[in-house]
Design a protein around this ligand. Structure first.
Ligand code: B12
Length: 240
């Protein structure tokens, strides 16, 4: 099974993620971005490695579309296939590696705001949870938009979040959970924040949760004044 070179590059990237064909995914991402903005002529070939030879202000929209239209839907299909028993876990891991390579390339073509920081975000995937692709995207998008991000990584215990919060006094906290079981950690966090009047907004994201869950944990035991927000995508986190 291989990629058909006549397919649109976005479709090729999608296919590679789904079928764990990592080699060449960077070039497909580059071509997909150029194609989405209708500027194939900006593709530069450096001994087989493609790149785009224009400022990020030109490539940004194409990169966001490639992420939303090709890469994220591919990971969703991987998840659905895993959920229905069609894919085994080591295959999911390989697809995740393809996704990481694709996102690593795509990041080069997103606009980055330089200069003073708009605010500080302490970010991590909650305790017991190893899923970090979404969390890493959140980091990139916040950094690119001028925020300072303190990324604590994955499987982060509550205490580690609290220590970092004490140290850097962030403007917001970002929690990611992909498993129903680990989303409980968000509840523990909110309970702690409420009891201790933490006074910092909490942004929650990840496939395991939804707005109902977040509304419930936000209200149970009294309102947390600074707010607990459900973020379906990293862009919603930014808007919040
Ligand atoms: C890749 C993957 C893996 C990889 C993870 C690799 C890695 N480094 O991340 C590996 C193979 C390791 C893995 C392991 C497991 N996985 Co898994 N995995 C997935 C998969 C296919 C994709 C997740 C992903 O990366 N999506 C793409 C990213 C970009 O999306 P995202 O994380 O949702 O993030 C977006 C938004 O949610 C939001 N967001 C996320 N976090 C945050 C945080 C903030 C602050 C903000 C603002 C926004 C935000 O922004 C992102 C971009 O828009 C999902 C399927 C799915 N539908 O999610 C299953 C899935 C999450 N896994 C699942 C399971 C069951 C497991 C395992 C338990 C399997 C096992 N038997 O061992 C283990 C868990 C191990 C553990 N303790 O954590 C289930 C969870 C079921 C459940 N309801 O609890 C899922 C849903 C698959 C399924 N359909 O059954 N998995």
């Amino acid at each position: 099974m291989d990629v058909d070179p006549t397919w649109a590059p976005g479709k090729r990237a999608y296919f590679r993620i789904l079928n764990r064909l990592k080699d060449g995914i960077e070039n497909d991402v580059v071509s997909a971005i150029a194609e989405k903005i209708g500027k194939n002529e900006i593709i530069k070939n450096n001994n087989g490695a493609l790149s785009l030879d224009v400022p990020q202000t030109i490539t940004h929209d194409g990169a966001i579309r490639t992420l939303n239209e090709d890469l994220l839907p591919a990971m969703k299909e991987v998840g659905d296939k895993f959920g229905s028993g069609e894919l085994i876990l080591p295959f999911v891991l390989k697809s995740a590696e393809c996704m990481k390579a694709a996102v690593g390339e795509l990041e080069k073509y997103l606009v980055k705001e330089e200069g003073t920081s708009k605010g500080k975000l302490v970010l991590g995937t909650v305790y017991g949870d190893v899923h970090d692709i979404g969390k890493n995207l959140v980091k990139t998008i916040f950094q690119n938009n001028g925020y300072t991000v303190y990324d604590l990584g994955k499987q982060v215990p509550l205490q580690k979040f609290l220590d970092k919060i004490d140290e850097v006094k962030p403007d917001a906290i970002g929690l990611s959970a992909l498993l129903v079981s680990t989303s409980k950690q968000m509840q523990y966090f909110v309970e702690h924040a409420r009891k201790n009047n933490m006074g910092i907004p909490i942004l929650c994201g990840g496939a395991a949760i939804n707005s109902n869950y977040i509304n419930r944990i936000a209200k149970e035991g009294g309102i947390y004044e600074s707010g607990v927000f459900y973020c379906n995508t990293m862009f919603e986190g930014l808007k919040t």
